[in-house]
Design a protein around this ligand. Structure first.
Ligand SMILES: [Fe+2]
Length: 175
């Protein structure tokens, strides 16, 4: 059986998201990797597995977005045609989960959708292009719940769009 390794992320100092938040958030991610490996090694792994696995995988995509410093969204990119205001409104949905932009290889289009917790409502067979963590632990050190919108803006201000472009190219067969 192949176990998973905790990935290391080189995240620069961010605007509006503190080092404390990132440090504690990375520790939380490490917990998901540990739990995934423990469950994989159990003979009958239980119904908790999708939660732990998607918790691990979503965080890996999320932290990759924050690596390397912000880069611009290019106007010629298909990603610039996404309705990002609508995406941000969806991210403000009450409850914990992930605002997700997917690419659907079957219908050849980008689709935004909300995922409850880490795994509930994940769209089958679609590839995540951008994931935004909307669990309280992602922002409560820096913002009050009423200021959630500021965290969303901070995330986009720090976003390395190239990571999303890479995900898109890979998902759409462009590379
Ligand atoms: Fe998180």
């Amino acid at each position: 059986m192949k176990l998973f390794e905790e990935k290391k992320f080189n995240i620069p100092k961010l605007e509006g998201i503190s080092e404390k938040t990132i440090k504690e958030h990375l520790q939380l991610y490490a917990g998901y990797v540990k739990n995934v490996n423990e469950l994989l090694q159990e003979k009958n792994y239980n119904r908790r597995f999708p939660f732990e696995f998607d918790g691990m995988r979503n965080h890996e995509i999320y932290f990759s977005h924050l690596e390397g410093g912000p880069t611009p969204l290019l106007t010629e990119s298909p990603l610039s045609k996404v309705d990002w205001e609508q995406f941000k409104t969806m991210a403000l949905t009450r409850g914990v989960g992930w605002a997700t932009l997917y690419y659907d290889q079957t219908s050849k289009q980008l689709i935004s959708a909300w995922v409850d917790e880490h795994h509930l409502g994940v769209l089958t067979g679609l590839s995540p292009i951008l994931v935004l963590d909307m669990w309280e632990h992602a922002y409560f050190t820096d913002y009050t719940p009423a200021e959630k919108k500021k965290y969303i803006e901070a995330f986009f201000a720090n976003l390395n769009w190239q990571t999303c472009e890479d995900n898109f190219l890979e998902a759409s067969g462009g590379k």
